[in-house]
Design a binder for this molecule. Structure first.
Ligand code: COA
Length: 132
């Protein structure tokens, strides 16, 4: 298994959208997703041979913060450390850039996954706000 920062966004687009579907999340429009990947600060990919089995992307300003987004591991490869490897890669990425804050919003049921990798719960109670 190898973990890399995706250099060719167009190449990872379709397998990443497929991975996202395996998580049961809303289907991504590939044209829009391509734009979103292009605007991400980094897209991290985990491959088993040539198959994409896990991915995540980092968004944010890259100065004060980085935000982990679209973290997903294929169901056949879960509980084998792939997600933790992605988190560790992101932590190292933040360190390398000297960004003090790496954060994400997660479903309560997933919080032990992050805490297992030494992420701290920074807001136990919050209200997520948005216009849509
Ligand atoms: C959450 C997710 C990324 C974890 O990936 P993973 O590769 O299975 O994680 P790891 O194998 O590195 O797990 C390490 C530890 O985290 C914890 N953990 C992992 N998945 C967990 C889950 N779903 N619930 C609770 N704890 C979990 C366990 O302690 C696990 O160690 P163990 O297997 O020895 O018990 C994966 O389940 C996934 O893609 N889920 C669907 C998408 C999703 O919810 N993404 C996160 C959005 S916030």
């Amino acid at each position: 298994m190898r973990i890399v920062e995706a250099e060719d966004i167009a190449e990872i687009l379709s397998p990443y959208c497929d991975l996202i579907e395996t998580a049961g999340w809303e289907t991504r429009d590939q044209k829009i997703m391509l734009e979103a990947l292009g605007r991400s600060l980094a897209v991290i990919a985990v491959y088993e041979d040539s198959r994409l089995v896990g991915a995540a992307r980092l968004i944010g300003d890259g100065i004060y913060n980085l935000v982990l987004y679209d973290m997903v591991v294929h169901p056949d490869f879960r509980r084998q450390g792939v997600g933790t490897a992605l988190l560790n890669y992101c932590s190292q990425y933040a360190e390398r850039l000297g960004v003090p804050r790496l954060e994400c919003i997660c479903e309560a049921e997933n919080s032990s996954f992050y805490q297992n990798a030494n992420w701290k719960l920074t807001a136990a109670f919050y209200k997520e706000l948005g216009t849509r």
